[in-house]
Design a protein around this ligand. Sequence first.
Ligand SMILES: [Zn+2]
Length: 475
Amino acid sequence: MPANILNLPAYVVTALHENEHDYHIHATVKAMPACPYCGSSDLSGFGRRAQMVRDLPSRGRRVGLYIDTRRFKCNPCSISQGKTVTFYEPLPGIDERRAMTSRLTAWIGKQATKRTFASLAAEIGVDEKSVRSVFRDYINELKKTVCFEVPKWMGIDEIHLIRPRCVITNVANNTIVDILHNRNKETVVRYLDHLERKDQIQYVAMDMWAPYRDACAAVIPDAKVIVDKFHVVKMANEAMEVIRKSLRERLTPKQRRGLMHDRWVLLKRERDLTDEGSQLLSGWVRNYPELGLAYRLKEDFFGIYDARSPDEAQGRFLQWKDQITPEIAPAFLDLVRAWGNWAPWILEYFNHPIAHAHTESLNKLIRVMNRIGRGYSFEALRVKILFAEGAHKRTNGRPKLARKKVSAQALKETLYWKGREGMEAVGLEGAHFFHKPRVTPKPLPKASSAELPEPPKNYGVGISTLTRLLENGEL
Ligand SMILES: [Zn+2]
């Protein structure tokens, strides 16, 4: 029997049966165990049991491993305790609780971000519940290996993964740092509350969703909440769309043909219109004054965002509001109300106009996720995003601005002399080389912080990289 068919060196293969769907491999543990209580190898056999465990599928077939597990009696323990002390031999490389090889559980963890639980379960020959449970453990292990920097500029947005979820971003780095199960206040509060360095958050850009704002007020009251421009101007486009659609409904088919491509032309900013576009537009404005007014209001609303201060913006808004005629007021009602309810946070934008690259790339990611997300659980999608290999934005912890080379030994000594405070200053608290140096160091010339290495940082999952990987089917 080829021993390497299993490729588990701790086992001896004793028999192999195969059929169209399965391999059944019988094996025993090669080495003799020692008593787990006293370490003695003075053991007597005390029976066996057959254990079936699942292994990695092989050549398209499911693999069942039948391990003839030996039970032993420990002679010294039995004498000293005056009763029979027995144990089953340990099974190396096997997760006995799950009846799977460890390499199978590791493989499931990785595969589950690329495939659905159902297809994995079928390939291995277990139920979906087992796959889900292995995957949960895999995530918990992964979580311990990754720690994202708490953003100074946090974004709280919405992403649709089966249902609307809350996505936490690092606005300055254009990365995702977490995805929360839902958009409730309690969920966001719990998330913010658990962040170790929540004091680092200075600004939070968000949509007009009161639970986000309330959560921030409760946990990080000093952080400035800012309603992102994108979410506000979007409402002006939507208002114009309402007018355009209701107009279309009232037109004859012939008139409607004259409005070809109206949506695209109207959604464009005036300054971006082609000659053809602006000709079309001026024609429509002549024929349908209310469409012209809606377009003008949309453009003027965008124009509010050219203001350079909150006061100027509020002034522009009030002027803008006066232009709304009763006939088209209902379409713009939501926008006017939103401004009323959120004015302080909308206006805060004008103190901190942030880049929108992140909202746009996030929207692109959301579209891609909608396309490929079917059949996955929320947890699988979340992990697919957060632990996407190759999409993390990191610094690698090189010394910044090293004017002079500092040897590793000198660095250890410096850190030693600087003591725990010094370690913390460079973010190395708890690092493994906090020990006494081999040689007694001379006090070093003042090492400026510029010469000490920065600890590596992970800013989260690069949104653009992630989108590209997903589009190319590389995740
Ligand atoms: Zn013993």
